[in-house]
Design a protein around this ligand. Structure first.
Ligand code: SF4
Length: 280
């Protein structure tokens, strides 16, 4: 079977930087306790590999052991950072620089009195961190309808996006808010890596009989790729590893496209492509 792998599939800059940082920490501090505050990235296989190197995932503050604590790629709110400092651990900040940039934009505009609209997924780690910079004057929306929840009396809004947000949804919300508020500042903070990947999936979906998206089941950017591929009308399979490739589901397809979320290691993408190629 012919397989076309998207050029952008695999680790993005922020994920590669964070994983390398933690791997270095683990090898330079043999014997030390290293905790990551929440999963470093949304990829089970990578987090399990780190656990084997004694890097423990702490899901709550009281699970953080004395020693070194890593802040995940998604970042954390200023309030959580303060609580972390009180624990007197050595902090290693692996927040992606692009997420740090969005935090800064929010902080500056909240200070100037803007109501912050974050286009993103409520409850996602990055979005929870971003909300902490709004000073309590912000909202998370994931559809144009949700903008009705912006409180009455708001006159100026600053719109930003979760870095892995769907570009189409962001643009629809942007144009609606620009019409509604005379003072509306918009920052398209969707990461280039995300935008490029989404466009590539769209292009690839038009050239193949089926698409396979590789990535963590909890990875927002992977789920976005799945949604985009499905919306393009092509049969789409979401797998975490090559073990989930069921040859029976690929009957009748001659050409299959493969893409992957930003937190999927390139070796897993490669293995999935090989497993599909091997289907008679
Ligand atoms: S997708 Fe972009 S914002 Fe997210 S970790 Fe990767 S480089 Fe950073």
């Amino acid at each position: 079977m012919q397989v076309i792998v998207g050029k952008s599939a695999g680790f993005c800059m922020g994920v590669r930087r964070a994983v390398n940082k933690v791997m270095e920490l683990a090898s330079e501090n043999a014997g030390a306790q290293i905790s990551v505050y929440g999963p470093l990235i949304h990829n089970r296989q990578v987090n399990e590999m780190l656990e084997k190197k004694r890097v423990k995932i702490a899901h709550a503050l009281d699970e953080i052991s004395p020693g070194i604590c890593v802040i995940r790629t998604h970042g954390i709110s200023p309030q959580k950072r303060e609580l972390l400092k009180e624990k007197r651990v050595e902090i290693c900040d692996a927040t992606c620089p692009r997420v740090l940039a969005v935090q800064k934009v929010i902080e500056q505009h909240a200070h100037k009195g803007y109501f912050i609209v974050i286009v993103g997924d409520k409850g996602h780690a990055e979005v929870e961190g971003l909300m902490g910079f709004t000073g309590g004057s912000g909202i998370v929306v994931d559809s144009p309808e949700k903008t009705d929840e912006i409180p009455c009396g708001v006159t100026k809004v600053c719109v930003v996006a979760q870095t892995t947000q769907n570009h189409g949804v962001f643009k629809r919300i942007e144009s609606l808010l620009r019409e509604r508020y005379a003072d509306c500042i918009v920052f398209d903070t969707i990461c280039d890596s995300t935008a490029e990947r989404q466009q590539e999936v769209l292009d690839l979906a038009g050239k193949v009989d089926a698409m396979v998206i590789v990535g963590g089941k909890e990875s927002a950017n992977t789920m976005r790729l799945v949604e985009i591929s499905q919306a393009a009308g092509v049969p789409t399979f979401h797998v975490e590893t090559e073990k989930e490739i069921d040859p029976r589901l690929f009957k009748g397809f001659a050409r299959v496209g493969v893409s992957a979320g930003a937190s999927t290691p390139n070796i897993i993408v490669h293995n999935v492509a090989k497993a599909i190629e091997a289907i008679a």
